[in-house]
Design a protein around this ligand. Sequence first.
Ligand code: CP
Length: 316
Amino acid sequence: MKHLLSIADLTPDLARGILDDAEQFEQTLLGREVRKLPTLRGRTVMTVFFENSTRTRVSFEIAGKWMSADVINVSASSSSVKKGESLRDTAMTLHAAGADALVVRHPASGAAHQIARWIAAEDGSSPSVINAGDGTHEHPTQALLDALTLRQRLGGIEGRRVVIVGDILHSRVARSNALLLSMLGAEVVLVAPRTLLPVGVDEWPVTVSHSLDAELPGADAVVMLRVQAERMNGGFFPSAREYSIRYGLNERRLAALPDHAVVLHPGPMLRGMEIASAVADSPRAAVLDQVTNGVHVRMAVLFRLLAASDEPGVAL
Ligand code: CP
């Protein structure tokens, strides 16, 4: 694997191997006073974020540092992008400066793919590109950390029914999760109002429902999504209040889930909108486990791209 741009870059064995490696990294570091492995010593990882982030940027930085990589964070707001430099010139500059991996978040769908193409055209020994979220398209490392969290909480993914709820239209998490979880044998159900479903969703490996209440009793997991007002140009239908009533996960709905079912949210959460505080803070919610798993999954991805072969389950 040269890049991780979308779930299509993975096979089921490769995805499972990354999850196995992530767990092995977690075990290796568990209880250590000094969390430092020599795995990526001498390698340079650059995070390049053109959109805000807390979890993804921080966890890539920690992941790189715990494996002894040099990690450089480039924020678009304090870079020469602000002076009008193009995405291509920015990427080529970071390539020339010595990046071994570029971790890219950008509001345009396809931006990470385009950077990988530009870089490859210039030099065969180009950096690996990791898509850390491109517009409404994909967020593959989020899907991997969600898969790891589900595997740990449910004991496996195959045959499990995962219900993804909310603003599917603008969610790169929903697409990557639907593709990865179905690849790993889960049954994926999308629950959303018609206005928040993308054109072409009938080609995704999912079923679609408009009733959250109907889907809860049969769910092994629910993934609640944030309503992405920043991508809606001021318009949002249904209204926030109606949305919360019909699609919000509150305590009454939590009680309708089977006892073993788990609640995920990629964050950031809008408490009181798509998820009630009592649900977000309950033991049924795995939100902070997702964050912790995000560090180990990103260690595993950096390891695959910069230090390992594509053999599944490579020992560390
Ligand atoms: N889940 C996620 O991508 O969160 P951030 O936007 O904080 O990185």
